[in-house]
Design a protein around this ligand. Structure first.
Ligand code: DHB
Length: 308
């Protein structure tokens, strides 16, 4: 009932973690591998290990979360070692890459390619939290240069993690650039809505330390923005697949992402606030909705969103 497909690879179900959540260390990745998730993705990595921003750097709120982690990670060699040891017969593994420069991305992706493993690269063009490093996908010339260089060097299909856009002209411009690159085989929409500000009224204060409290928000705040971005790229990139991310905490939101066109669906804030056991519940809830509506496969409903 729940089987899904991306890049010609079969998945037992469409669910996985959003990169950044429960995936910095091997024990966390192992728990995802052992969970009911259909696949998993590693923490976005850089060439060298990073501690990230000062704490507190994540806060849960009534409607979701805010974070400014600052790319704490163990360095790409750590995740590549994990990817070499992963049992791909149990489920697929995605490998998230977030180099601090174009050259760093080329180095890391060449290393993944030369490992001859079936890990699927998701190139992060949208980290909002490293001071002095603007989100690449908000600079269309930089994004075009990045995709040209990475396509030439990597030479295998890969995906891109996109920030949310909020204007039709930006959907058009971003999709036109992605469509220049046939190796960009999937588009993950969305990263957090960057540089938001959560205020605690009791303390009259921000709730995270980095960047004077500015950080990326996820959870209920972002669901309609996520669905719009999934559907905007689904409509504009007919030769690519879309991975949905944003605001998923029950089977209903998974169903909405699938209707909007997502082939797989990632879970961030809700996984952070719960545990990898959440995937069993989401699968159960998605199955119940599909059965109630008479759908016998995800393909039967994917992208079937009606307009008025
Ligand atoms: C971080 C946050 C992101 O949204 C992202 O895409 C990559 C890294 C972080 O703060 O660690």
């Amino acid at each position: 009932l729940l089987s899904a497909s991306l890049l010609g690879i079969k998945f037992a179900n469409p669910l996985l973690n959003a990169s950044g959540v429960h995936c910095r260390y091997t024990d966390e990745l192992d728990a995802l591998a052992a969970s009911a998730a259909g696949s998993l993705i590693t923490k976005s990595c850089t060439l060298l290990e990073r501690e990230g921003n000062p704490e507190p750097r994540y806060a849960a709120t009534a409607l979701g979360s805010i974070n400014s982690m600052g790319l704490p990670n163990q360095g790409y060699a750590y995740y590549l070692d994990y990817a070499r040891r992963h049992n791909y017969a149990t489920k697929p593994l995605f490998f998230s890459v977030a180099g601090l420069s174009l050259e760093d991305n080329l180095t890391m992706m060449a290393a993944v390619r030369d490992a001859y493993i079936p890990a699927i690269v998701e190139l992060n063009l949208s980290c909002p939290n490293v001071p002095g490093k603007p989100q690449i996908a908000y600079d269309f010339e930089a994004m075009d240069r990045m995709l040209a260089a990475v396509s030439a060097e990597y030479a295998l299909p890969f995906g891109v993690k996109m920030p949310p856009y909020f204007d039709i002209a930006h959907f058009d411009a971003a999709a036109a650039i992605l469509n220049k690159y046939p190796l960009v085989a999937f588009v993950t929409c969305i990263n957090s809505i960057g540089n938001a500000l959560v205020i605690d009224i009791e303390n009259e204060s921000v709730v995270i330390k980095p960047k004077d409290g500015f950080g990326g928000i996820g959870g209920d705040y972002v669901l309609p923005t996520a669905l719009a971005n999934v559907n905007a790229f689904y409509r504009r990139c007919p030769d690519k697949q879309v991975i949905g991310c944003g605001g998923v905490r029950s089977g209903e939101q998974v169903f909405m992402h699938l209707l909007a066109g997502a082939s797989l669906v990632q879970v961030g804030t809700a996984l952070h606030e719960d545990s990898p056991r959440i995937f069993a519940r989401l699968n159960r809830e998605l199955s119940a909705i599909m059965e109630r509506k008479g759908y016998r496969s995800i393909e039967a409903l994917r992208g079937k969103l009606k307009t008025l």
